[in-house]
Structure formats: structure tokens, C-alpha cells
Design a protein around this ligand. Structure first.
Ligand code: OKP
Ligand code: ZN
Length: 342
């Protein structure tokens, strides 16, 4: 399996993440990728490839133009306004207020953000573009006949909406890849999001569409980020009704519970008869993840990799979360290894 990877992810590394009222070193940090690369090498699965230049057409189909322009110019506008720190907004279009985009950069940030732990820095836009390019290059490998590929994306993407960033995500890499599959001739694409957190951004982007099925397994929103989306009764709208399926689960869920949800999701995916499968691969379901509450073991990751392989679909793995950094390599590569070798 080819692994698409770019060093440009390093351009995004905020100094701080707002966490419990403190600024801490971000959980979503560059070393995450290094641990994965190291484990791939160890198992001789490091068939690396650099991304091609990003084709913006699929990006413009899943993201709002004003949002893309905002991300591109945000750092310049922020520094020109005289601000000296990393980008964090102070005001929001809260309940009952007007959701009109202001002119001032501080207000614009509030307009386009969905959660405040995620800072924009000088290199964020370039890193986000490279991450999307990684996903798109891997998608093109699969569209051209490869049975699988691994997009080693960073920063992650699944929390990024059509026109909002947050949850460590800026561009929705999995959505860009799914759109890429469609544009390359796939009639139907399924997205299986196994990251601990609900893939609210991916859900948002495809909510009214019946050509992309979205299934997400995640910590229930009553107790877990992103808190305001990811309930079971969110099923899609208009012609997209029935093409969004959420599997929220309570704190402490182990593989007996999680694996049942996976099998249910794979059953729905099979019925949908997709031409390609995108797996939003977060390994923050691990028992020792510092910000999550599921209890999967490293061996469970291999098991579910093998289960996903049974769907026998052209499969693109897109890296999302996972913050137990010493284990992120083992757990991620266990999924790929299980998928390839049972
Ligand atoms: C990104 B991905 C923890 C708050 C965490 C942000 C989480 C983003 C996760 N108490 N806030 O889905 O792994
Ligand atoms: Zn996550």
C-alpha cells in the first residue's frame, strides 16, 4: 500500500491550545506523524510518495469560497490588525444574534470558527493545503486502480465544515478525497469515520447528498467534542435523507460495543454499493488516549482493519486523530496491517 506524505505538515504547530483554561502544547502535534512513519518503516510498509500539486476543483466543491479566502488571508489580516499572538477569536454569532460576516478580522475569525482550541499560525494555510494534497494524491492512486492507499494527513480534516474550521481541522481532507472519487467517475462513495470524535464537518458537507454515504462511530455528543452534532437522529436531509448514519457510544465503550457498531456500519455501506470507501482513520479510540473515552486495545485495531478489508472495496485511509503519541504508530499501522494481512 502506497503511503502519501509531505513534510509540510510541520508548518502548522501552534504554540498553544486552550485546554481547561490553560494554554498547553497542542495535542495535535508534528511528532504524531513521526511515530507513524517510524512504525511503518519498522514493518517495511513505508512505500512513501510525495503529493502532487493540489487540484482546487474538488476543494471548491466541498468548501465555501469566502471560507477558503478567509483561511488564505487570515494570518496576514491578523498581523496587519496589530495582533501579536496566534489567531483565536473573541466573539461569536451566538443564539439570537446576526450571523453576518463582519469586516474586522477578529469578527471574521469568530464567524468561521467552530471551537476555540484550534489556533491559526503563519504556516497553517500552507500545511492545510499540503494535507489536502496528500489526501487527493492518495485518492487518485485508488481511482487509477490501486486497491488501497494511506494518506498520512496532518493537520486532520473531519471537523472542518463547508464553511467552518475547528477541532484541529481546516480543510476536510476526507471530503475532498470523496469528491475527488466522484469527479474521477465513481457513482457512489462511502465514508466510514472511525475517529473517536464525530465527523461533524464531513456530515455537514454531504448532509443533503445521496451520492456520498457518511457513517460515523464516535463518543456521544452529550459527553464528547464536538458536543453540538453527532446524535443518532441526524439522518440527512432532502435527497440526502437516509445517507447519514451516526453511531454515538457512551464512555467506556470497549470493542464488544464498538465492533458491533462497525459491523452495522459496514452492513449499511455494503447495501449502498459504493465504488470506493474512504476511511477517516483516527486512533483516538485507544484506551490510553488522553482526550477520549473509548477503550480499544492495540490488538483491536488490527482486528477492525481486517474487518474493513472484508468489504472488498477500493479503500483510501485518511489520517485523522490519535493523541496517545507513543502508541499512535502501532495502532495506526495495526489497522493497515490488519487490512492487508488479516
Ligand atoms: C480532533 B480529531 C478535549 C477537548 C478536545 C478538540 C478535539 C479535537 C479532536 N477535552 N477538543 O477528531 O481527533
Ligand atoms: Zn478525534
Amino acid at each position: 500500500m502506497k503511503v502519501v506524505y509531505s513534510e509540510d505538515h510541520r508548518l502548522h504547530f501552534p504554540q498553544g491550545e486552550l485546554y481547561g483554561g490553560e494554554f498547553v502544547t497542542p495535542f495535535e502535534r508534528p511528532s504524531r506523524v513521526e511515530y507513524i512513519l517510524r512504525e511503518l518503516k519498522k514493518r517495511k510498509m513505508d512505500d512513501l510518495m510525495a503529493p502532487a500539486r493540489l487540484d482546487m476543483k474538488p476543494v471548491a466543491k466541498v468548501h465555501d469560497r469566502g471560507f477558503l479566502e478567509f483561511l488564505e488571508s487570515a494570518w496576514r489580516e491578523w498581523t496587519e490588525a496589530g495582533f501579536r499572538g496566534e489567531i483565536i477569536p473573541t466573539g461569536f454569532a451566538a443564539r439570537g444574534m446576526r450571523a453576518k460576516k463582519p469586516n474586522h478580522i477578529d469578527g471574521k475569525v469568530g464567524y468561521y470558527i467552530l471551537s476555540m482550541e484550534t489556533c491559526i499560525t503563519a504556516g497553517t494555510w500552507e500545511a492545510a493545503l499540503s494535507s489536502a494534497a496528500v489526501a487527493q494524491t492518495a485518492q487518485k492512486l485508488v481511482s487509477s486502480g490501486a486497491s488501497s492507499a494511506f494518506a498520512l494527513c496532518r493537520p486532520p480534516g473531519h471537523h472542518a465544515h463547508h464553511d467552518m474550521y475547528g477541532g484541529y481541522c481546516f480543510l476536510n481532507n476526507a471530503a475532498i478525497a470523496a469528491q475527488g472519487f466522484r469527479d474521477a467517475g465513481a457513482k457512489r462513495v462511502a465514508i466510514l469515520d472511525v475517529d473517536f470524535h464525530h465527523g461533524n464537518g464531513t456530515q455537514d458537507i454531504f448532509y443533503a447528498r445521496n451520492d456520498v454515504l457518511f457513517c460515523s462511530l464516535h463518543g456521544q455528543p452529550e459527553d464528547a467534542f464536538p458536543y453540538f452534532l453527532g446524535y443518532r437522529d441526524e439522518k440527512g436531509t432532502g435527497k440526502g435523507e437516509g445517507f447519514n448514519i451516526n453511531y454515538p457510544m457512551p464512555p467506556g465503550a470497549k470493542y464488544d460495543v464498538w465492533g458491533k457498531a462497525l459491523k452495522a456500519a459496514l452492513g449499511q455501506i455494503k447495501r449502498f454499493k459504493p465504488d470506493a470507501l474512504v476511511v477517516s482513520l483516527g486512533v483516538d479510540t485507544f484506551k490510553d488516549d488522553p482526550i477520549s473515552f473509548f477503550k480499544l486495545t492495540s490488538e483491536d485495531f488490527r482486528t477492525y482493519g481486517a474487518t474493513i478489508a472484508k468489504a472488498k472495496l477500493p479503500t483510501l485511509f485518511v489520517m485523522e486523530g490519535g493523541y496517545a503519541v507513543e502508541a499512535i504508530g502501532i495502532n495506526t499501522v495495526n489497522v493497515l496491517d490488519g487490512f492487508l494481512n488479516g
